[in-house]
Each structure stands twice: as C-alpha cells, then as structure tokens.
Write a protein of this length. Structure first.
Length: 230
C-alpha cells in the first residue's frame, strides 16, 4: 500500500521528469552534428527531416560521433520510462468506485507500464546498432500508449469525481496516436525525401502532442490527489 505522501512525491517527480526530458531533448537537438537519411552531409538537426531516434544514434549518417546527443536522448527517455512506470502503478488507486473503473484502470496501467518499459528499451537500443530491437520497442511504445489512453478514457468517464476534461485530452491524443500508427504502417516510403519529411513531421506531431497530453495528466492526477487526500 503506497501512502498518500509517497504518491504525492511520485507525482511531483513525474512532472519534474517531464521538464528534464524536454530540456535534455532540446540540448540533444542542438548538439546533434548533422545528417539525415536523405542527406548525410547536412549540418545540424533538421526538425522536419530527422527523427527523434536519430538523436540516439552512436554515429550519424555521415559517420560522425554522436556521443553527447545520444547520452542526453537516452537519459531523457529512460527517465521518462521510469516516471511512467511509477505513474501507472499508482494511478489505478484513484479509480476504485465501480468494477468498470477498476478493470479499465488496471488494463490501462498494464499498457502504461509496458509503455514505460518500451521507453527504456528505445533508449537502450540505438537504431544504427540494433535496428530490429529498436523498432520492436518503438511499435510497442505506440501500441501500449494507445491501449492505456483508451482504457483510462473509459475509467475517467465512469468516475464521477475525476474531471472529464482529462478524458477529453485522452480522446484527442487517441485520435492523433491512431492516425500516426496508420501513417507508420501505411504511409509513404521513407527512402524518398518527401516521404521522410512526412514521416518525421508526423512523428514530431505525435510526440509533442503526447508530451502535452501526459504533462496535463500528471497535473490532473496531482490536483485530484491533493483534493481527495486532505
């Protein structure tokens, strides 16, 4: 049984982890030497042509060392993975009034914990060294998050005390994430510059919308915890 005080600390650490993640990713982009799948000699990180995973490469497309960017990217992603695991371990405790809430939140948390583990897996498998494993973790991350948001959407709607606006945030993110999954499997060829730009831009949209979604959910859980633990 996790105490109210410890839950509060976990939620604060989740929000702090998000801030560190955003800052480290920005630094990783600034320190990335350069190179894309279509132009290995270009300088710097091209926002609409480089993938996030390019930040985690051991060496760039042109063969340059990418150590600083890789360490920042991997550390940030692993930190967020740990934060998600702890967040989804405590989140079901706020959804206990009905059977639907309990079952939905537990399934949602299984997806959330798997997503956290997948974040750590993505961080630990630079795609230029372990492409197959990296892709497995990437697909697992997207699928697990989709499972989590769908079932927590149900749990939040059936909970009379948890504000419905957080379910609405999940609904919007579900649409964006589902659209990106379709783009991943049915989208254009990554080997063309146009296809690369479309896929890289789509990834930015889903990741930044996801960052906003999860930070809002951290804030929402913290506010709910604060109101109902007094």
């Amino acid at each position: 049984m996790i105490s109210h005080r410890r839950k509060r600390r976990i939620l604060i650490l989740c929000m702090a982890s998000f801030v560190v993640y955003a800052f480290f990713n920005l630094l990783a982009m600034l320190l990335y030497p350069g190179g894309t799948a279509s132009d290995k000699d270009v300088k710097g990180y091209l926002f609409f042509e480089n993938f996030f995973s390019d930040l985690g490469m051991v060496r760039t497309y042109g063969g340059q060392s990418n150590t600083l960017s890789m360490l920042l990217f991997a550390s940030a992603l692993a930190l967020m993975g740990i934060a998600f695991v702890f967040f989804f371990v405590i989140l079901p405790s706020y959804f206990t009034a009905t059977r639907i809430e309990r079952v939905s939140s537990q399934i949602g948390s299984i997806g959330g914990v798997l997503a956290g583990v997948s974040c750590i897996g993505v961080a630990a498998t630079p795609w230029d060294l372990y492409l197959s494993a990296h892709l497995i973790f990437v697909y697992s991350l997207s699928g697990s998050f989709l499972l989590s948001v769908v079932f927590y959407f149900v749990a939040m709607l059936t909970n009379g005390r948890y504000p419905n606006r957080y379910a609405a945030v999940f609904a919007v993110y579900t649409i964006i994430l589902g659209a990106y999954l379709c783009l991943m499997f049915l989208g254009p060829d990554i080997d063309t510059r146009k296809g690369l730009a479309i896929l890289a831009t789509g990834q930015k949209i889903v990741i930044y919308s996801g960052m906003m979604c999860w930070f809002v959910q951290f804030l929402g859980a913290y506010g709910y915890h604060k109101r109902h633990s007094q």
